[in-house]
Design a protein. Structure first.
Length: 416
């Protein structure tokens, strides 16, 4: 790592401020055909990389052969059939390719209501991965079977520079396992809290990468539904990876499920109305506001969810005076309850966002290729360095990997 990045380890805000005037100023408009072509090329390159580097133990998770960056059919019935075929094909490719014995457990990276994420090292290629371990009984008890299966299905089908990769899945009598990228730079949430808020060029960099990832998901028929700083990880190169696809879903038209993080819920979700993919663009507005202000646009001092939802529905945003005029204009067009006015939901779709004045200097093609230097480089000493993640008490792993115990929930997770 370069020394000038390490000088700011204990004061990220100073480092980010020092770079705020040094961000690239390349002027370019969004070129959808070029980006789509690059997405397809990158997927093919990643597919080759998987086969070359991983060997028999590390199987590819390519979707419908060579990726799904192409368009989803406009006819709902045809699209539904294609989706079922893709999921079935991918399920066969992923199922049964791993066992816990293929990995060495290193440490816990995070914990949740029904599982843990572990840093592991492959015994075959010596690479580091993150394995998400979910206890079947807990998943069933918390009524998360559909979300858990959906996370696997969606991640099996997508490939993008700013989305975490799923390398494979397996299961035993008690647990489900997802083998994913280890992204060593920690959460964007941690960096934001240490920095308090980001300078406009820094927030723009992260918002632009998120926008590319969200647009890719939407092009392929998926809604993400859980955008927040905690679900954005930083790679060693400073570029981001969106993770945690538990709420992601293929939505050809409208859905009604109430899910997500309260601060980031769109008004139509709070109002129990049917909603579409535009809820992700609302969430992008919330994320951008929080990066610039250090707090979300809607919050309550006492944490009362009812009061929070009332504020979201009222949709009255107070913009700090230091917000740039162009940033404020973009936010007003994202944080609107009127779906006939929300950017990303109009006839031009995401072009209204990519072509907005605030993003005028962004070279979207170079950004997609990760050729634009990131504004902050995490301190990562080695490939398996997990120092950017909090320490957790390690659990008893003796129940991991047992295959001959009764499995009462196997029928609920057929593709694992």
């Amino acid at each position: 790592m370069q020394s000038h990045h390490q000088d700011y380890v204990n004061d990220p805000s100073a480092y980010l401020s020092s770079l705020s005037s040094a961000m690239p100023s390349d002027m370019s408009q969004m070129s959808s055909p070029q980006v789509a072509q690059q997405q397809q090329q990158q997927q093919q390159q990643q597919q080759q990389h998987i086969h070359q580097q991983s060997g028999a133990a590390m199987a590819s998770t390519s979707s419908n052969g060579n990726g799904i960056a192409a368009a989803v059919p406009s006819d709902p019935a045809q699209a539904a059939l294609l989706q079922q075929q893709q999921l079935a094909q991918t399920g066969r490719k992923l199922s049964g390719r791993y066992a816990l014995a293929d990995f060495t457990l290193q440490r816990t990276l995070g914990t949740g209501s029904f599982g843990r994420v572990h840093l592991v090292r492959s015994k075959h290629n010596m690479r580091f991965y993150a394995i998400k371990v979910l206890k079947k009984e807990q998943v069933v008890r918390m009524k998360q079977v559909e979300h858990t299966n959906s996370e696997r299905s969606v991640l099996s089908l997508v490939r993008h520079p700013f989305l975490v990769n799923l390398w494979g899945t397996f299961s035993d009598s008690t647990y489900l396992y997802m083998v994913m990228d280890f992204v060593p730079g920690g959460e964007l949430f941690t960096l934001l809290r240490k920095s308090q808020r980001f300078p406009h060029p820094v927030a723009k960099f992260y918002a632009a990468e998120v926008a590319l990832a969200i647009d890719y998901l939407h092009q392929n028929g998926f809604v993400y539904r859980d955008l927040k700083p905690e679900n954005i990880l930083l790679g060693a190169d400073g570029h981001l990876k969106i993770t945690d696809f538990g709420f992601a879903k293929w939505v050809p038209d409208v859905t009604w499920t109430l899910c997500g993080t309260p601060d980031y819920l769109a008004p139509e979700i709070v109002s129990s109305k049917g909603y579409n993919k535009s809820v992700d663009w609302w969430a992008l507005g919330v994320l951008l506001f929080e990066m610039l202000a250090g707090h979300p646009p809607f919050f309550t001092e006492d944490g009362n969810p009812i009061k929070l939802y009332e504020k979201i529905i009222a949709c009255k945003v107070r913009y700090p005076p230091y917000f740039e005029a162009a940033a404020k204009d973009l936010l007003k067009n994202l944080l609107t309850a009127d779906l006939t006015k929300r950017f990303g939901n109009l006839h031009r779709g995401s072009k209204d966002i990519f072509g907005h004045l605030w993003f005028a200097e962004v070279d979207w093609d170079r950004l997609y290729r990760r050729e634009i230097p990131a504004p902050y480089l995490p301190t990562v000493a080695t490939d398996g360095d997990a120092s950017q993640f909090e320490r957790y008490e390690e659990a008893d792993y003796s129940t991991y990997g047992i295959m001959d115990a009764p499995d009462h929930f196997a029928q609920l997770f057929p593709d694992w």
